[in-house]
Write a protein that binds this ligand. Structure first.
Ligand code: FE2
Length: 428
């Protein structure tokens, strides 16, 4: 007797629907028709079934603080940093946890079952680290949280950051973070890349640095990150987040750098919602977009993922932790509207992000964790277009969130009008 069967599931790129059989938290069957009894059956009705969405870059310590102690009036990065400085001394352990819990509930409802959260370690009490380590364990039945020790105020620039970062790792934080472009000088930034990669190599940990999140085309820390990754034999275990300087770089140099990123097997994590609102902010016209070179790197076989980065915090007043909203923005800003490009944008919030986080058992093949999302859409393009409704969110073979289908018709006066057409509802 199987625990769960999902029937009539549509998988991206496959013509016929399939049935999934799940047992003991894993997918054990994936066939066109599964003839077996099960404790529970779900009819996906030809809707798209995908492995869960993955947010590979997020800030859980600051999330849902919108309006505290005041709203970011200008919407700029600088006012955001100032606001975070005002807010940080008043952060409270219980408050960090209750905001994180709420965000995780939103995430589960949207089918996001893995989040990599950068947590600020520039706090002598490591309050957010301690609070989120508990949340990581509390949420394990529902979603996977990876914590990154992130020295927001600089690994060298903030006096105790090095010791605090190591203390955070000792407490159980998973990944080594950094922010080389924020150090006082380029040389210090480069040194921080070396030191942080060495620290991760010694401890056998992954690396994910906020790297060159600037419009300065001369910012060269991605190059250093690729070099250190190769020097230390850490290929495939290092992520560069943001990389917005690459948008502004000379094409000749960017071409060389992309090759270096490929050699080092870096994963790249862009954050379209934040990059498009913060980069190029000081300019008149023409205005740079600031998103890193997503299309070009994907074409070179580099693993590119998208993160949400912020939801309702000092830097970003919007968001509901919907990774399809992130994909939708990335597609527009990166001008990736080709059919294969839309599919790769969908991958950026699913499989590529899972690879960046090195999640185990991720996918829809037999043997993978029985973690899936059934979307009210027939393919990735429709899912992105509609930011499709999540009908079922399944974790280890159990439904952990569900909602009824939404109707695409509304009553206008005395007539019913269709809004937000599904593909099958388009008039002939
Ligand atoms: Fe970030």
């Amino acid at each position: 007797m199987l625990d769960l069967i999902i029937r009539n599931a549509r998988i991206s790129g496959e013509k016929d629907t399939v049935d999934f059989g799940c047992q003991d938290g894993r997918i054990v069957e994936r066939v066109h028709h599964l003839d077996a009894p099960a404790h529970q059956e779900i009819d996906a009705s030809g809707n798209l079934v995908t492995p869960p969405f993955v947010d590979s870059h997020f800030h859980m310590d600051s999330t849902l603080t919108y309006g505290r102690p005041r709203v970011n009036q200008s919407g700029t990065l600088l006012e955001g940093i100032a606001l975070w400085g005002e807010l940080k001394p008043d952060l409270d352990f219980d408050d960090i946890q209750s905001r994180a819990r709420l965000l995780c509930r939103w995430a589960v409802g949207k089918g996001n079952l893995a989040i990599r959260a950068h947590v600020d370690v520039c706090d002598p009490a490591l309050l957010a680290v301690r609070a989120l380590l508990e949340i990581r364990e509390e949420m394990r039945p529902y979603l996977d949280i990876q914590l990154v020790a992130f020295p927001q105020d600089g690994y060298y620039r903030y006096p105790q950051a090095g010791a605090l970062l190591e203390e955070a790792l000792d407490l159980g934080v998973d990944v080594v973070g950094g922010i080389p472009h924020f150090e006082r000088t380029t040389a210090q930034g480069t040194r921080s890349v070396s030191a942080l990669c060495e620290l991760a190599a010694q401890r056998g940990l992954l690396v994910d640095l906020h790297c060159d999140e600037t419009d300065d085309p001369q910012s060269r820390h991605v190059e250093a990150l690729a070099f250190e990754t190769q020097r230390l034999g850490m290929q495939g275990r290092v992520c560069g987040s943001h990389l917005t300087s690459m948008h502004s770089m000379d094409n000749y140099y960017a071409g060389k750098l992309i090759a270096l990123i490929g050699e080092a097997e870096l994963s790249v994590i862009a954050n379209p919602l934040i990059n498009i609102t913060i980069q190029g902010r000081m300019e008149t016209y023409p205005k740079r977009r600031g998103l890193t070179r997503v299309k070009e790197m994907l074409e070179q076989g580099i693993n590119v993922a998208f993160g949400h980065d912020c939801v309702m915090d000092p830097w970003y007043s919007f968001g509901s932790h919907d990774m399809l909203e992130v994909a939708h923005m990335g597609l527009h800003v990166g001008q990736m509207t080709g059919v294969d490009q839309v599919r790769s944008v969908f991958d950026a919030v699913t499989v590529n992000a899972a690879r960046a986080m090195q999640l185990e058992g991720y996918g829809l093949d037999p043997g993978c964790n029985a973690d899936m999302v059934i979307l009210q859409a027939e393919d990735p393009m429709e899912a992105v277009r509609l930011r499709a409704h999540r009908l079922f969110v399944i974790r280890r073979g159990e439904v952990i969130a569900s909602s009824p289908e939404v109707n695409s018709t509304v009553t206008l006066g005395k007539t019913q009008e269709a809004v937000g057409f599904r593909n099958g509802e388009l008039p002939d």
